[in-house]
Each structure stands twice: as C-alpha cells, then as structure tokens.
Design a protein around this ligand. Sequence first.
Ligand SMILES: [Zn+2]
Ligand SMILES: [Zn+2]
Length: 424
Amino acid sequence: MAKFQAIKGTYDVMPADAPAWQHVESVIRARARAFGFREIRTPEFEDTALFVKGTGEATDIVQKEMYTFTDKGGRSLTLRPEGTPPVIRALIEHGALKESPCVKVFYLAPMFRYERPQAGRLRQHTQFGAEIVGAESPLADAEVIALLFTTLQRLGLSDLTLRLNSVGCPACRPAYRDKLVAHFRPKLETLCGNCRERIDRNPLRILDCKADRDKVQDAPAAVDSLCPSCAAHFERVKSLLEALAVPYALDKTLVRGLDYYTRTAFEVASPHLGAQDALGGGGRYDGLVEQLGGDPAPGVGFGAGLERFLLAIRNQGVPVPAGQRLDVYIAALGMAATVKGAELSGALRGKGYSCEQDLQGRSLKAQLREANKLNARYVLVIGDDELAKGSASLKDMDTHGQREVPFAELANNIEAYCECSCQG
Ligand SMILES: [Zn+2]
Ligand SMILES: [Zn+2]
C-alpha cells in the first residue's frame, strides 16, 4: 500500500523539535505580556468575502493563494491566509471597541496560503501577529514595532535590520501614485510582466518587485509626497523608536503586499536568512475597521513567521534550551515490582515530579538504556530483592551514585535523597 505523506508545503513538528518551538512561543508570550498585549484566538476558516474585502481583491493572496472551498451548506469559506481581517472581524462582532477605545491583542496561529512550491515556501505556516486597534498615536506604531523587534532580540537574533517607510494616507497617496505612474510609464517596456499590469492596478507594488529591484532606485519616494499630518506622524514614529532604543533604516521601496496599509510600513530582516530575509513586517491600516463594517477606528499591527524565526536561530547558531528532562525513571522487574512502581510513580507525580515507567516488560539493561535516552535525572530500580527489603535503589544518572531508599521515604521525602534540585 502506498504510504501517506504530509501534504506539500506542510511539515510535522516531531517531539525532538518541539522544545525549540516551545522556547520561541514562550519568549513571544512573555514579550507580549511585557507590552500589555492580550491573546486572541479566531477560527481557522472564515467567510471568503472577509478576505476579499479585508485583504483586498487585487492582492496576490486573494488572486492566487487562498484555500477556498464550498462547504456542504453551499457557503464559500477560506482557510485563514493572514491574521488581521479575522481579528478585526472578531473585535467588531464582540463590540470590543465599544467597551474599550483601544485594544491590544496578539496571536500565534497557523496561516494557509497556496504558495508556489519553491524552497522554504510553506502552505501552512505559523504566524505571530499583534494588532493595536483604536489608537492613531505614533506611539502605537512604535510599540508594535518594538514588540516584534525586541522579541527577536530576546530570541538571541542579532544583526537585525528594521526597514521603515510611510506610504501616506487617502489624502496624499493619490498624488504619489500619479508620480509613480508618471515615472514608470515611459520605462514600462523595461519592467517585468507583473509590473506592466501593476502600473494601473497597484503601481506601489512595482517598488517591491523582486525582478525589478535595480529599476526602482531612482523612483520618487513616498516620504517626499506625504501630507503635513502624515509627515508629522512619521517624524514622531521615528523619534519614538529612538526613545524605545529600536534602530531603523529608511527604505522607500518598502510598501508591503496588502491593500489596506496606510502611513507606517515596516519589516524586520535578518542577514542569516539568505535572499528572502524578512522575519516579519506590518504597518498601519487606518481604513480597515470601517471597511469591514465597524465604526471607523485606526489600527496598526504586524505578522511574522515562526518558521523563519527558527531558521534564523539555527543559521545564526543561537543555542536553544533543551526540553525539560525526566525526573525519575522507574525500572521495575516483574509484575509485583511493576505494581509497586506504579504506586510510587503515582505518589511522585502527585508531588510534581515527572515520572516514567517501562511499558514493555523489558530487561533491566534495556530499561536503563531507555532511561539514558530519556535523559532521566534518577532511576529507581525495583526487583524481587527490593520488594523483599521494602526499599528501592535510587541511581543518580549524573553522578552515577546509588543508594537504598525505603518505599515510604520515596513517596514522602524523596528530596532528602536527591542531590539535585529537581523539584516539582
Ligand atoms: Zn497623508
Ligand atoms: Zn516587476
């Protein structure tokens, strides 16, 4: 029979890899808490129209990358390709912005995109995202950027670059758009096929075209076309980033792929990732809440891929803490000893120790090998002799010392016999 395989663009996190994931997730949760972001969890699938409207009909995501299906009730549903529209939908639906004028939330959740199957392109990836909804203040921009940047620093990543730009607002962007069209129209023939289409649909996207990287350097910059309020906002974002000790580099070609961005756009990159160097990015989306049916409210946020964090950690050679080791492995020989072992493991687990016992009736040698493999701190050996004496032998796997411990002492006072600080 043919063997099943994980679907192209998906992957398994096997137990050996889980500690690295748990480490990244716990650093993220601690940082989010430090900044006062609360967790939000939304469903894996939504009404397709939410993304067509929220993400934008002209975007690559909606045009080419969504996993859209019709359910048995005839509804068009889509696996979440990005986190922001569902979060905004949930905040509107639950009246969160009526209860509080400003909401700060984060999420850790899988996203689904039908990416072209090249190296490193996943069809299900895990995203760390955060949103501040309800605040127009440039401090909100600086805080979401600082949350992402300092999380990456806490993970031990160095040589990070924060690229920063402002793409303006509905008042000043049309004029900028016109300038870009006027700049690129005469050179249209030199641009790639995608960009020749983009010039009418979304000329800003020409700026972040990978194929035309060398042809956009002399293009007009959005920051030179900002209206006075966008320009003042951007100046304050920059000075607040300085106050938060987050270094930035201005990048006029940074426009981000989504339709809804206004004003601040940013991206954090690592040189340890190769050509696709972004760890995550985001920006301000002041029109999105209203566009999705809520009362007008500004917003700013980011999305970042955990797989990329882990890749950068690995490539940079940052050590990742190992998973927690097993406290006690119980090696029992024979049924009576197994029953005694179960009694002791129950008592030890009750006191907060992690405890494992052989499930396959293996030899003592095989059980000790297993304990070694599990990196157990202690092994309790129980056989007929031990049962007769009413005590077990406690082996310290680090010092290789061994001592006899009465069963009653094991359950109630094992700390007195341990040389380590393995504590529940
Ligand atoms: Zn403006
Ligand atoms: Zn192009």
